[in-house]
Design a protein around this ligand. Structure first.
Ligand code: VGL
Ligand code: ZN
Length: 197
């Protein structure tokens, strides 16, 4: 069985949002078309408490897009975004998400960020998606959404670690591209056997 996984198509990642990804809203009609075609649809929602440790505003003297050393490694600091219960955390208003069978929320632990839909940034705390897909008998996933080089890419790599067949449909993704991150993560995905369509 096969599922479409729609990653973080939320207001804050679209133009006008707190962590806007260039052209983030352009993917919405493409994603909607895919949602119609797939039998099973999973969505993820970046879902941070106020004062989250990935926010630059939580670290005195730090600016967005600088990095900091956390217990689990280097963490990029972001503008405050996708705060639980805010408009920025909602799905883009034109996204036809009603067919979604489960919404996986991530990044809700204050002390740890989560890019991947499968594990938080310590690469060991699971979100439950791996078990969910396994129990549902879903062995193949197509990933779309925001941002290509962060949440989509880390989800794709972890999906491969779970032994899934993974396709990233690139025309339904947009990247942040911070310091060459798009090229680096594209190479890592290819190396891991992710199909970039
Ligand atoms: C994301 C940075 C911070 C993403 C989420 O969805 O790619 N990027 N939080
Ligand atoms: Zn986030």
């Amino acid at each position: 069985m096969e599922a479409l996984v729609v990653i973080d198509v939320q207001n804050d990642f679209c133009p006008g949002g707190a962590l806007a990804v260039a052209g983030g809203d352009e993917i919405v009609p493409i994603v909607n078309g895919l949602i119609e075609r797939f039998d099973h649809v999973v969505l993820t929602q970046d879902w941070h408490p106020a004062g989250h440790s990935s926010f630059a505003s939580s670290h005195s003297g730090k600016q967005p897009f600088e990095t900091i050393e956390m217990s689990y490694g280097t963490q990029t600091l972001w503008p405050d975004h996708c705060v639980q219960g805010t408009k920025g955390a909602l799905f883009h208003p034109d996204l036809v998400w009603t067919k979604g069978e489960i919404v996986i929320r991530k990044g809700f632990r204050k002390a740890i960020d989560s890019y991947s839909a499968f594990y938080e940034n310590d690469h060991t705390t699971p979100t439950g998606l791996g078990g969910y897909l396994k129990e549902r008998g879903i062995g193949k996933v197509t990933l779309v959404g925001l941002a290509t080089d962060f949440c989509v890419a880390f989800s794709a790599l972890d999906a491969r670690k779970h032994g899934l067949d993974v396709t990233v449909q690139m025309d339904a993704c947009r990247a942040i591209d911070l310091g060459g991150s798009l090229a680096a993560m594209t190479a890592r995905m290819k190396e891991a056997g992710v199909i970039l369509a």
